[in-house]
Design a binder for this molecule. Structure first.
Ligand code: AMP
Length: 573
C-alpha cells in the first residue's frame, strides 16, 4: 500500500470540537430550565470557560487521563460542562440513568470504576439508595438553592425562590460531599489536551437481555465521526443556524449525539432539566424558538395531545424537525404532527452504535406519492448513515435479500459501532470482522431502507427505557409459589410497550398479583413492574423446551381480555 503521507495524521479528538465551540461559537445561547421551573440563559463560551475550571478542579481531586467520572444529572448546564470538560482533559464521562434500580446502578458504578460522581441535588435520594453498596472516592453535588445559584452567576435561578419540594432534598451536603460551585470557584483552569483518537471519551451501559448491564466505551474517533455524520442534511441536518432541544436525556446514549453535534456546528442549545411534561416542553419549544428537537415517541404522543387540545397556544413556526427514535414511530404520530405543520423524522440506533445508525428521510421521488405511501415509508427506520454498513441474517444463517420480504436479524458495522463490551461480556454479539448483531429483526427494501418487524432480544421497551424480561422471569421464579414465569411485551398506547407476566403456580400454592409485584420490587424499579399478571396452569413451550413467547403474545398481547381456559386472569391495573 502506498501511504497518503501528504496528509496530516491529526487525531480526531473531542477536544478539537470543544475548542472549536469556544473559539467560533462562544456567544451561542444555552437556555436551561431548573427543577423549580425557572428558565435561565448562559452561552456556549461561558460553559466552556467553566468547563476549564471544572477540569482543573477534577484534576486536583485526582482525576487523570483515562479515569471515569459518573454523572447523575438531568439535561442541565452542569452536565454540558462535564460533557465538554471530561473528554477534553483525557478523562471519560460515564452518564448514569437515574431510572434504573438501585441494584443495577450500584453494579454499573462499580463495573465502570467511577472515581468521582457528580450528582444533581434532586437526585441525591437515588444516590442514597445505592450508597451502602457502592462508594466512589468523591461525590460532587449540584445544588439549586439561592447560594449555589448566585455562585454560578445564574440570576434567573437566584431570583426565584424554589417551590417547596421542587428541588427535592439535596440542599444539604452529605458527609464527604463537595459543592459543585465551590469546587469551581477555587479552581485553576486546565488547558485541553489533544487526546489520541482511540482513547476512551465516554461510557454508557445497555440493559442486557440476560445478566448484568453491559458497558460500551466510546472512543474520541467514534464520537467525532458520529458528530460530523449526524450533522449531515440527510441525517439530523443541524447547522450553526439551529437551536437544538434534546428532550432525550443526556444519560441516554450521549443524548443521541445532539450535544457534540451542536458544539461542532455551533448550534444553540436548550436544556429542559427534569420537567418533561408536554406543556413544559411546548413552552420551551416556542419560548426559545427551537428549530430541532429529539426524543422518544412516548414524549411526542403527550405533546401531540396537548397541541391538539390547544393548537393556537404555542408558536412553533421555528421548529423544522422532530427527530424521533428509540422505539418505532407509529404512522398516527407522523400524521398527527403533520396536521400541525410539524415534521417528524424517524431515526434508529442503539447504545452500541453511538447511537445514530439510520435515519428515514423521504426521498425526492416520493414527495408527490399518495399519502399512504409516504407514511408507510416514513414509518420505517431509514437508510444507514454514511460509513455505516448494514446486512441481515435469516434463521437459516444466510444473509437475506433486500427485497422487503425476507426477514433477518440486523447486523451493523462502522466507525462508531462497538467492537466489544467493556469487561468482555456478550462477545457472541460481535464478529471478528467488525459486525455487531443488533437483536432487531428487519426487512430491508431495495434502497436499503430498514423496517423493524420484531425483536430477537428478550426485552421490553417502556417509554424508551428497557426492562429485561429474562431477569424478571428469574426473580419471579425465585418466589416459593411460582413454578414457571414468562414475561412478554404488550403494546401500550402511552408507553409503547408494557411488561405482562404470565405465571404458573405450584399446585396447592397461592400468590396474587400484588404479592408478586412486591416480590419483584426487590430487583426492579417501580415503573418496571408489570401492570398485568396472567395466571396459567402451564406455560406453552417450543420443541426445544423454551417458553413459547409467540404463543403467549397471541394469547395476551392484543389486550388480553380473555385468557383461554384453564388460565385464570388477574388484570391488576
Ligand atoms: P438503546 O440501546 O437503549 O438505545 O436501544 C436500542 C434499541 O431500541 C434498538 O435495538 C431497537 O430495538 C430499539 N429502537 C431504537 N430506535 C428504534 C426505532 N426507530 N424503531 C424501532 N425500534 C427502535
Amino acid at each position: 500500500m502506498r501511504e497518503g503521507l501528504m496528509m496530516d495524521d491529526h487525531p480526531l479528538s473531542l477536544a478539537a470540537i470543544v475548542q472549536r465551540a469556544e473559539t467560533f461559537s462562544p456567544d451561542r445561547a444555552v437556555a436551561f430550565r431548573r427543577p423549580d421551573g425557572t428558565v435561565g440563559k448562559t452561552t456556549l463560551g461561558k460553559c466552556a470557560a467553566r468547563a476549564h475550571l471544572l477540569a482543573g478542579a477534577l484534576r486536583e481531586l485526582g482525576v487523570g487521563p483515562g479515569d471515569v467520572v459518573g454523572t447523575l444529572l438531568w439535561n442541565q448546564p452542569e452536565h454540558l460542562e462535564l460533557y465538554l470538560a471530561l473528554p477534553a482533559m483525557g478523562a471519560v464521562i460515564h452518564t448514569l440513568n437515574p431510572r434504573l434500580s438501585a441494584e443495577e446502578l450500584g453494579f454499573i458504578i462499580a463495573d465502570a470504576g467511577d472515581r468521582v460522581l457528580v450528582v444533581d441535588g434532586t437526585l441525591l435520594p437515588v444516590l442514597e439508595a445505592i450508597e451502602p453498596a457502592c462508594r466512589p472516592d468523591r461525590v460532587v453535588v449540584v445544588r439549586h438553592d439561592a447560594g449555589a445559584a448566585a455562585a454560578s452567576g445564574d440570576p434567573g435561578a437566584a431570583a426565584a425562590s424554589p417551590e417547596p419540594g421542587a428541588t427535592g432534598r439535596g440542599q444539604q451536603l452529605g458527609p464527604g460531599h463537595l459543592d459543585y460551585e465551590q469546587l469551581l470557584s477555587g479552581a485553576q483552569p486546565l488547558a485541553w489536551s489533544m487526546v489520541p483518537e482511540r482513547a476512551a471519551a465516554a461510557m454508557c451501559y445497555t440493559s442486557g437481555t440476560t445478566g448484568r448491564p453491559k458497558g460500551v466505551l466510546y472512543s474520541h474517533r467514534a464520537l467525532v465521526l458520529h458528530s460530523i455524520c449526524a450533522a449531515l442534511p440527510d441525517a439530523t441536518d443541524v447547522s450553526a443556524r439551529d437551536t437544538v432541544l434534546p428532550v432525550v436525556p443526556m444519560f441516554h446514549v450521549n443524548a443521541w449525539g445532539m450535544i457534540y453535534t451542536a458544539a461542532l456546528v455551533g448550534a444553540g442549545l436548550v436544556l429542559p432539566g427534569p420537567r418533561l411534561d408536554a406543556v413544559s416542553i411546548l413552552e420551551l419549544l416556542s419560548g426559545e424558538r427551537v428549530t430541532i428537537t429529539a426524543g422518544v415517541p412516548t414524549v411526542w404522543m403527550a405533546v401531540l395531545q396537548a397541541l391538539d387540545a390547544e393548537p393556537d397556544r404555542w408558536d412553533l413556526r421555528a421548529l423544522r424537525a422532530l427527530m424521533v427514535g428509540g422505539s418505532a414511530v407509529p404512522e398516527s404520530l407522523l400524521a398527527g404532527f403533520d396536521r400541525h405543520g410539524l415534521r417528524i423524522v424517524q431515526a434508529w440506533g442503539m447504545t452500541e452504535t453511538s447511537p445514530l445508525a439510520s435515519v428515514c428521510r423521504l426521498p425526492a421521488e416520493l414527495e408527490d406519492a399518495p399519502a399512504s405511501e409516504r407514511y408507510a415509508y416514513r414509518a420505517r427506520q431509514g437508510r444507514p448513515l454514511p460509513l455505516v454498513e448494514i446486512r441481515a441474517r435469516g434463521e437459516d444463517g444466510r444473509l437475506i435479500e433486500w427485497d422487503d420480504v425476507a426477514m433477518g436479524e440486523l447486523e451493523v458495522r462502522g466507525p462508531w459501532v462497538a467492537r466489544a463490551y467493556h469487561s468482555g461480556a456478550g462477545a457472541d454479539r460481535f464478529t471478528d470482522d467488525g459486525w455487531f448483531r443488533t437483536g432487531d429483526v428487519v426487512r430491508i427494501d431495495r434502497s436499503g431502507n430498514l423496517r423493524i418487524c420484531d425483536r430477537a432480544k428478550d426485552l421490553v421497551k417502556s417509554g424508551g427505557e428497557w426492562i429485561s424480561s429474562v431477569d424478571m422471569e428469574n426473580l419471579l421464579m425465585a418466589h416459593d409459589a411460582v413454578a414457571e414465569a414468562a414475561v412478554i411485551a404488550v403494546p401500550d398506547e402511552r408507553w409503547g410497550e408494557r411488561p405482562l407476566a404470565v405465571v404458573a403456580l405450584h399446585p396447592g400454592m397461592a400468590a396474587d398479583a400484588d404479592e408478586l409485584r412486591a416480590h419483584l420490587s426487590r430487583g426492579f424499579a417501580r415503573w418496571q413492574l408489570p401492570d398485568r399478571f396472567e395466571f396459567v396452569e402451564a406455560i406453552p413451550r417450543t420443541a426445544t423446551g423454551k417458553f413459547k413467547k409467540t404463543a403467549l403474545r397471541e394469547m395476551f398481547a392484543s389486550g388480553g381480555a380473555s385468557a383461554p381456559s384453564p388460565a385464570r386472569s388477574a388484570a391488576a391495573r
